[in-house]
Design a protein around this ligand. Structure first.
Ligand SMILES: Cc1ncc(COP(=O)(O)O)c(C=O)c1O
Length: 416
């Protein structure tokens, strides 16, 4: 039965109490039970972001140009800092958005309009060539704009297969996609080679660094093997990088960049054929929380490069320990060579989906990859305190599944 609109108001305490009661059904993310969705560095970073968000709780970033100039200034400074971090050319430009999906949709629209303009074909239906490991946001963008996405299998190392991508290009191709890293396997695609391909075929290369953009530079700084992936790589036209993931900023906050003003000029939306006159935005959404902008600015100021490096050090060490812990369990192995904090591990001997099902009974929300079949974890420092417990439960679950000897088939599906 449908619940009616509340007839009378209730006390604040009553409302909060009911929400808290509902929340008890949720996954216990604070203790690392969710393998995705929530990202955390330290308590201090969390508190900085939260307090900055609530400083600007009521303001609207839609009014950043005319009313809330401080919000406009913070947005500009976040973008400038990111352009510096990502080795952007002098006439590069960037914008804040509310998430990775919005950044990707905007980059696809910008590329589409650039492609239509340069070919003088206003109704051209272009296609996007991507590895099968690219995020579904490209298909969402294509659905909205009636474009085609051509996905090709990854290479054996789970990175984008440059030759296969090249083979999928035809005369309607406008964009090639590389991920840094890919969500399913956590590997950084060969962005430099993709840049060469894009240059050779005169195409737009988008680097989807949504999940790793704000971690990769710092992991590289402290000596990890992180291939070049950013706006400084020849042939890159645009890049998305989420602040609300490994930038450790509150949701909603992402960034999208273009390596030249000539391309960035297709990004914005402007309209004045209605009674209220000029309406101009650089986002798909209109109203958006100023808190997301303020919190990103505050987090950058609070941490600086040194702070991000220190977090990267702790996080990369933790991921290393998880990987060793997983590989110490007989029958499990990490897939590919993940570069940052996403790890997928599978087995040639037992069904890891069934292992995940057994783990779920103990409150570990499953994260799965369907090809190749694997357990998936996108880790941040919320996963540090529960590492031993996780690995103990994992070992036990593997034991249970071995004992079942395939008798209990997994009914679980890989779901994002
Ligand atoms: C590689 C990649 N791209 C894009 C996205 C989409 O980001 P959002 O959920 O913020 O829209 C994600 C989300 O995990 C991602 O991993």
């Amino acid at each position: 039965m449908r619940k009616p609109f509340p007839a009378q108001g209730r006390s604040r305490n009553d409302v909060i109490a009911e929400m808290r009661a509902m929340k008890t059904k949720d996954a216990d993310w604070r203790h690392g039970r969710t393998p995705l969705y929530v990202f955390k560095a330290t308590d201090a970073v969390y508190e900085m972001g939260r307090d900055a968000f609530f400083e600007f709780f009521s303001e609207n970033a839609l009014g950043a140009r005319r009313a809330f100039l401080s919000v406009g200034q913070m947005e500009k400074e976040v973008i400038e800092a990111a352009l510096d971090l990502f080795h952007a050319p002098a006439d590069a430009a960037g914008f804040m958005t509310t998430g990775g999906t919005e950044s990707i949709i905007q980059a696809v629209q910008t590329c589409r309009d650039w492609d239509r303009a340069r070919r003088k074909e206003p109704a051209r239906r272009g296609n996007i060539v991507a590895s099968e490991s690219a995020h579904p946001a490209f298909n969402k963008a294509a659905k909205l704009m009636d474009l085609e996405v051509r996905r090709v299998p990854t290479a054996a190392d789970l990175r984008a297969d440059v030759k296969a991508l090249e083979a999928a290009i035809d005369d309607k191709t406008m964009m090639v996609v590389g991920s840094a890293p890919s969500f399913p396997h956590g590997v950084i695609d060969p962005i430099a080679a993709l840049g060469q391909l894009a240059t050779k075929r005169d195409l737009w290369l988008h680097v989807d660094a949504c999940v790793g953009g704000y971690l990769a530079p710092f992991a590289k700084d402290i000596g990890f093997d992180v291939p070049d992936f950013d706006l400084g790589v020849a042939g890159v036209s645009s890049m998305s990088a989420d602040l609300h993931k490994f930038g450790f900023c509150p949701k909603p906050a992402s960034t999208v960049f273009y390596t030249s003003a000539d391309k960035a000029r297709f990004h914005g939306f402007e309209f004045d054929q209605w009674p209220n006159g000029r309406f101009a935005t650089n986002t798909i959404v209109g109203t958006r929380p100023a808190g997301g902008v303020a919190a990103a600015w505050a987090t950058f100021q609070f941490l600086g490069r040194a702070g991000y490096r220190a977090i990267a050090k702790d996080l990369m060490k933790m991921v290393q320990d998880y990987k060793s812990g997983v590989e110490a369990i007989d029958g499990l192995r990490v897939q590919g060579r993940p570069h940052l904090s996403i790890v997928a591990f599978g087995s040639d001997e037992i069904d890891v989906f069934r292992v995940s099902e057994v783990m779920a009974v103990k409150g570990w929300v499953p994260g799965l990859v369907q090809k190749p079949r694997a357990i998936h974890r996108m880790m941040s420092l919320i996963h540090a305190p529960s590492m031993d417990e996780y690995l103990t439960d994992l070992r036990a679950a593997v034991g249970v599944v071995r004992q079942e000897g395939g008798a209990a088939a997994a009914s679980i599906r890989a779901t994002y």
